[in-house]
Write a protein that binds this ligand. Sequence first.
Ligand SMILES: Cc1cc2nc3c(=O)[nH]c(=O)nc-3n(C[C@H](O)[C@H](O)[C@H](O)COP(=O)(O)OP(=O)(O)OC[C@H]3O[C@@H](n4cnc5c(N)ncnc54)[C@H](O)[C@@H]3O)c2cc1C
Length: 289
Amino acid sequence: MGVQAYRAPRSIPEAVSLLSSEAGAFALGGGTDLLVQQRSGARQPGSFIDLKRIPGMLGIEQLPSLWRIGAATACGEVASHPGLRSELPGLVEAAGLIGSKQVQGRASLGGNLCNASPAADSVPALVANRAVLVVAGPEGERRIAAECLTLGPGRTVLGRGEFVCAIEIPRPAARQSDAYLRFIPRTEMDIAVVGAAASLRVDEGGRCIAARIALGAVAPTVLTSPEADAALTGSMLEPEAIAACVAIAQAACSPISDRRGTAEFRRHVAGVLLRRVILAASQRLAKEG
Ligand SMILES: Cc1cc2nc3c(=O)[nH]c(=O)nc-3n(C[C@H](O)[C@H](O)[C@H](O)COP(=O)(O)OP(=O)(O)OC[C@H]3O[C@@H](n4cnc5c(N)ncnc54)[C@H](O)[C@@H]3O)c2cc1C
């Protein structure tokens, strides 16, 4: 293992310049993926560009129409934020499932996205809630939908010198809620065999007027399905509509078989979890009244 440089830029332009110019430069959030990958030899960073000292990279802000989460904010902070808990309980559920309390203290939301694992827990919840990523780079700033970040396991659309500065999540409308569930073979500290998220909005009569589902670990990248969403939209979220949504989503899955489960098992679990998150989100709406 060679000698690596550690840099802690204080501004976005400085970070962009270091990420563009240093050989083998990697953005560093909490290091809970990157350092493990370095030790296993899967990645050989030439230098670590720590993003945490850049203003705006840490913290959660409630704006009139959206939540802005600095990309280096620890998942533990997301999981324990009272405002997020009341408006985006599904995202809070996802962040609170990542690793352990210790891991959550370091693991950033941006790192969970940019590590590009198909099993990353926060990603389905962010995608179901239509999160947008603010990306800084040599050409300036651009915004990309969360579901467009990854190309496949470990691969993102980010170019040289680019990094995610913030995650913007629209604040839910009235009678809108979300939920996230995952299945792991153990009770904790394991990677999702399947993760499922749903965000639903209903009208005053309880009819679904907007739905968005997202599944993790059943395809190389997070799975969305406008057809599955459409099966819920316009319905009263009755069992037949949920069953139709689930069947469409299951058909769209292209899971792998590995030691955590076969493709067939993953497809089955995806259906079970999707049904449960739709029910969980709709029960939250019923409580809202
Ligand atoms: C014991 C253990 C248990 C875990 N359990 C879970 C779990 O249950 N669920 C789960 O989803 N994950 C789990 N993880 C994985 C990990 O904790 C998360 O993926 C974490 O959120 C990564 O964030 P980080 O800040 O540590 O990323 P880092 O390790 O710092 O970075 C990860 C990757 O993303 C890049 N990166 C980081 N931040 C940015 C940015 N802002 N812009 C561009 N690129 C960036 C890095 O260059 C690197 O390639 C676990 C890890 C461990 C060690």
